[in-house]
Design a protein around this ligand. Structure first.
Ligand SMILES: Cc1ncc(COP(=O)(O)O)c(C=O)c1O
Length: 406
């Protein structure tokens, strides 16, 4: 791999910081290449990637099956309007409905768009079934559903900047686990919208009993039970979808991130009778379901299933979790390990951002959620050796934090 000169790298970083919107807090690294669980900066530095584009490149970077599918499709046709069908979209819809049992799919381009579509679908269904008064969307404190206005309103209120006001009406947040509050709101609700594990909210799994009770309560009141599996889906939590781990079944399911292994695509799946409320002209997207994105997602899903990477995520997640737990057992600065499969977090007694920087110096990419938690979302192809490598460095750092605040 060609290494850029220091002056070129500095030039690129200066250009980036003067030309791009300043909305991201970015590390001064230009990533130029990725292979499986590793990526390289333009300076040639190698990183073991425990971010994977934030739970997105689940098969690893530049997975040949996906790259080849993109190349092949790009040679045929890149985009077709949804006025017409396209073959990869039909095949992907067929496979997704087959493995979920949900009969219909709508394709979009991101997790936020999937959330937006799911909320609009729930509103329209309730309007057409019960009239205009059952429009409340119940979501959870700690939730993250994306940055469009409806998705953001369903997200935890701490993300609601006053400057974006006014927010859409008809949303309420309850505490995870508060079945009483849920029951109170259900008579006015069109949907309960939640993540099986809150990723951005600090890697916080739902209590399985709450999920099952919530599902049953929604069915009793004829309210849609919508799961956001944008982060937890596509094998990440040890099953193709996390709802299979928890033993619940959504009426509507939102997907994105890992669906295209890095190629942008989102999807909303729903039962036949629910999807029927999105008749012609009700909702749409120019790029949604475009052949290139669907070819990438089809290759991703076929490979995920053929290689049973969900089970690999379950096994490696167990190994990884044991290693993280041993840090909690031995060092006071480490508080708790949470998560499922390869969506794992370790909460520290101190802010996690400096730890991420130190890990990065040592060649590991990791993210922070909720200030004190390190989140790990590597490709599902990660090996024990690679996990061990991270743990050695993390142990050094956690040890150096001493008793933290105790
Ligand atoms: C659970 C969940 N839903 C929705 C989103 C939004 O997805 P996107 O950034 O693709 O709009 C995210 C992003 O982190 C997410 O974690």
């Amino acid at each position: 791999m060609k290494r850029a000169r220091d002056t070129d790298i500095r030039g690129a970083l200066e250009k980036a910081s003067s030309a791009l919107f300043p909305n991201y807090r970015q590390y001064p690294v230009v990533i130029v290449r990725g292979r499986d669980c590793r990526v390289w900066g333009s300076d040639g530095k190698e990183y073991l990637d425990f971010v994977a584009g934030i739970a997105t490149c689940n098969l690893g970077h530049t997975r040949p099956e996906v790259t080849e599918a993109i190349k092949r499709q790009a040679d045929e046709i890149i985009h077709v309007s949804n006025w017409y069908f396209n073959a990869p979209q039909i095949d992907l819809a067929g496979l997704l409905t087959e493995i979920t049992g949900l009969e219909r799919v709508f394709f979009c381009n991101s997790g936020a768009e999937a959330a937006e579509a799911a909320i609009k679908l729930a509103r329209k269904r309730a309007f057409e079934t019960f009239g205009p008064d059952r429009n409340l969307v119940v979501s959870l404190h700690g939730a993250f559903h994306g940055r469009t206005m409806k998705a953001l309103t369903a997200t935890d209120p701490k993300h609601h900047l006053e400057a974006f006001s006014p927010y859409p009406e008809g949303f309420v947040h309850i505490k995870p686990g508060d079945i009483g509050a849920l029951r109170q709101h259900l008579p006015e609700a069109c949907a309960l919208f939640l993540e099986p594990i809150q990723g951005e909210g600090g890697v916080r799994p739902m209590d399985p009993a709450f999920l099952r009770e919530a599902e049953a309560a929604c069915r009793e009141e004829d309210v849609l039970f919508i799961l956001d599996e944008v982060q937890t889906g596509m094998g990440r939590c040890g099953a193709t979808f996390a709802y299979q781990v928890y033993g619940v079944t959504p009426d509507v399911l939102t997907l994105a991130k890992g669906l295209g292994n890095g190629f942008p695509i989102g999807a909303v799946l729903a039962r036949e009778k629910v999807a029927a409320h999105f008749g012609p002209g009700s909702h749409g997207s120019t790029f949604g379901g475009n052949p290139l994105a669907c070819a990438a997602a089809l290759a991703t899903l076929r490979t995920l299933l053929a290689e049973d990477l969900s089970s690999a995520a379950g096994r490696m997640g167990k190994y990884f979790r044991e290693k993280l737990n041993s840090l909690v057992d031995r060092y006071p600065a480490a508080v708790e390990v949470r998560g499922e499969g390869l969506l794992l977090g370790i909460e520290l007694r101190v802010p996690a951002a400096p730890v991420v920087e130190r890990l990065m110096e040592r060649g590991f990419l990791v993210t922070v959620v909720q200030e004190n938690t390190l989140r790990f979302t590597p490709p599902l192809t990660i090996s024990k050796g690679d996990i061990d490598g991270l743990i050695v460095s993390l142990e050094d750092i956690v040890q150096s934090l001493g008793g933290a605040s105790e």
